[in-house]
Structure formats: structure tokens, C-alpha cells
Design a protein around this ligand. Structure first.
Ligand code: KIV
Length: 271
């Protein structure tokens, strides 16, 4: 049985929560030991080659969610509501239901007090919601650290408290100064999941392509690389190319042969 949102909620203060993004069944099968697979709209950049997340559609997210669900056995699946899919309560609930039908266990959306009523309407429809505060990639003009001044920090803390009241079961804190992330983590009853927000959060999330060293276009300071998969792939492709050009691949163990007697009959027939 895979995890549910209550399992994640109950981990606060007991055990750190691990989250990785996942958009396809092969990768999700490999990453399924983490607590949560986030079908993030970062798929727009790492899977679809867009510059940012602003062109990602519901159709995209439904397709990636289905693929993620097909690879998962253990983790909770949370899918991002893409930009403009939750502008009204009606849209938010209808689109959340579509992601749940595609295989998500919960949805995530970006924003603070301005989306509090939207979050409430989704949770009232019995769909668990993960919040997202700090840097909001769907609308951000620049990627800068959030909560660096007293006033911006107070606003973030207030937002976290408001959306907790609206019913989120956890909140992603993206690029929030670590002191503010610590205060929020201590103040609210639901787990905080940090990305570039320091070690005091209740859990951590990374984009799997960053973590594996697959995505080379940008390398944020917080995105620790545990592998250099891009180099490994390039080396493998180079070996393959050389072997095909030099006729070393395929070898005898990679091919299929017909029976000698059948082959002889064939030769006779065509000669
Ligand atoms: O879309 C995404 O991958 C995200 C993470 C960066 C938290 O929202």
C-alpha cells in the first residue's frame, strides 16, 4: 500500500520527509523509496524544454501524473496544478479532480493568502493540498532568495499560517532564508518541505534531474548533485556510436539466427 497524506503529516517532528520530482514511470520506479514523488510543473523545463513553467498545461500534467502513477508502489504522488488552472474555485476543484483521476493522491499550488479560499475549496472537495511559498516559479520574474528582510519574513510567516488554516497538509518553502524557514517550521502544525531553504525544514525536495546531474542548463546553489548522469550518458552514447561505426556492435550475442537447414533452403530458392 502506498503512503497517504496523513502519513506525511504525521512525520512532522519525528522523521525528515524525502521528496523528489518524477514525471515518468521508469524514473518513478527507481525513486519510489522516497516519501513523496512530486509531479512538478518543472516538467516544463526538464521534460519539455521550455524556459520556465508558464507554458505548462493541464494536459501536460495529466500525462505526467499518469506516467508517475504507473511507476509507483510506495510513495505519495503530489501533482502540480499548472499556472492558470486554479484562478477560480470551480477551476481549481475541477482541475484537481482531473489530476486525482490521473493518479495523484494530492495536488500542489503556489501562493499565500491570495489563494487561501481556493485551497479551502479544494480541501472541502476532500482533495489533499500541498502549499508552496517563497519563490513562486509560476509568477516569479527573478529567482531571488525570499524572506531576507523583516517585513518580507513577516509576510511569509503570515502566509504560512493562513494557508495552514485553509487546510494544506504540508508546505513547500522555495528559496526562503533558512532562519525564516526555521521560524515557519516551528510555528505551523504541518510539515515544511524545503528547496533551497536550509536544514530546519521538516523535509527536503529536489528536482530529480538536478540531483542526478542530468539537467545542465541551470545549476542552482541548493541543488546538490549526487551523480553526473549527463556525463555518463554522453560517454555511453559515444561508445555506442564508435561501436556501430566500427561494426563492433551488434555482436553475435546480440543477434537472432534462423535454423541452418531453413537458411540453406532459402538460399537455394533465391539463387
Ligand atoms: O515544479 C517543481 O518541481 C516544484 C519544486 C521545485 C518544488 O515545484
Amino acid at each position: 500500500m502506498h503512503k497517504n497524506f496523513k502519513n506525511i503529516l504525521e512525520m512532522k517532528g519525528k522523521e525528515k520527509i524525502t521528496v523528489l520530482t518524477g514525471y515518468d514511470s521508469t524514473m518513478v520506479t527507481l525513486c519510489d523509496q522516497v516519501d513523496v514523488i512530486l509531479v512538478g510543473d518543472s516538467a516544463g523545463m526538464v521534460m519539455l524544454g521550455y524556459e520556465n513553467t508558464s507554458s505548462v498545461t493541464m494536459e501536460d500534467m495529466i500525462r505526467f501524473t499518469t506516467a508517475a502513477k504507473n511507476g509507483r508502489k510506495n510513495s505519495l504522488i503530489v501533482s502540480d496544478l499548472p499556472i492558470n488552472s486554479y484562478n477560480t474555485k470551480k477551476d481549481a476543484v475541477e482541475n484537481s479532480l482531473k489530476l486525482i483521476e490521473a493518479g495523484a493522491d494530492a495536488v500542489k499550488l503556489e501562493g499565500g493568502k491570495e489563494v487561501a479560499e481556493i485551497i479551502k475549496s479544494i480541501t472541502e472537495a476532500k482533495i489533499p493540498v500541498m502549499g508552496h511559498l517563497g519563490l513562486l516559479p509560476q509568477t516569479a520574474q527573478k529567482y531571488t532568495v525570499q524572506g531576507k528582510t523583516k517585513d518580507s519574513a513577516l509576510e511569509l510567516i503570515e502566509d504560512a499560517e493562513i494557508i495552514t488554516k485553509s487546510g494544506v497538509f504540508s508546505i513547500v518553502l522555495e528559496m526562503v532564508s533558512s532562519q525564516v524557514a526555521k521560524i515557519i517550521t516551528e510555528k505551523i502544525s504541518v510539515p515544511t518541505i524545503g528547496i533551497g531553504s536550509g536544514k530546519f525544514c521538516d523535509g527536503q525536495v529536489l528536482v530529480v534531474h538536478d540531483m542526478l546531474g542530468l539537467f545542465e542548463k541551470i545549476k542552482p546553489k541548493f541543488a546538490k548533485r549526487y551523480l553526473s548522469l549527463a556525463d555518463e550518458i554522453r560517454n555511453a552514447v559515444k561508445s555506442y556510436t564508435i561501436e556501430v561505426k566500427e561494426q563492433k556492435f551488434p555482436d553475435i550475442e546480440n543477434e537472432f539466427q534462423m535454423e541452418e537447414s531453413e537458411y540453406n533452403k532459402l538460399r537455394k530458392e533465391i539463387e
